[in-house]
Design a protein around this ligand. Sequence first.
Ligand code: PGA
Length: 260
Amino acid sequence: MNMVKEKQKWLVVANWKMNPVSGKLAKQVFSSVKKVANKMRNVDTVVCPPYIYMENMKTSGHRFVLGAQDLFPVGEGSFTGNISYLQLKNLGVKYSLIGHSEKRNQGETNEAINEKVKAGLKGMITPIICIGEKERDESGEYLKFIKEQISSSLSGLPKTSIKDIVVAYEPVWAIGSTAKREPTTKEIFEVTIFIKKVLSDIYDTKSVPPTKILYGGSVDDKNVEIILKEGGVDGVLVGRASLDPKKFSEILKKVENIKR
Ligand code: PGA
């Protein structure tokens, strides 16, 4: 694969969460998005629907692929209610969100996230590791929190894997309908630089292709351009706006026209 080309493409990830309520609706959103996403030359699009809808969602090529919202780090066995990385791999899933704040809220630990990251890599599923502070503070404690999230999720990972993961910065205070506010692009940029620094402190990142960094939290068709132009990130993770095919298609079209 051509590394330079790969780096230049934007990455847009749709996180449908526990939506929509029927397979019929899911199919409608999926096919509208697929039409637009398949035409994008500068954007790789990943759609992460609930597991139950995946079997009916066919993708082809590299421009538009399926992602999961989570994975279970054991291949098969007696683990009621879980979906394994191997099952996802065999279904053709290429990415998986790992450690989303809504899963962390349900008790998921950095250690569990680390296991899932390793399992994802084993199954050739690119882990999108979600990190982000619950709130900001004047003294910069939130940066320590982010640093700890990154280093524990990557614990024991060889340097050669660093190009195969994606880090999504999602400040919890900026996510969902209860978001306090949107971060400024300066705030996003600072954390992007900080993430790169943490990665280069752990690994000698100069000698390896860069890890992609995404921003997520209240991204929509109105703010996506400025986030990508000024935030220093390689793409976005979109929640609510990804369920509205019109809005999401608009996001893709806008991203397609932003020069890197
Ligand atoms: P939002 O969600 O875009 O609805 O804020 C983002 C996410 O939780 O991944």
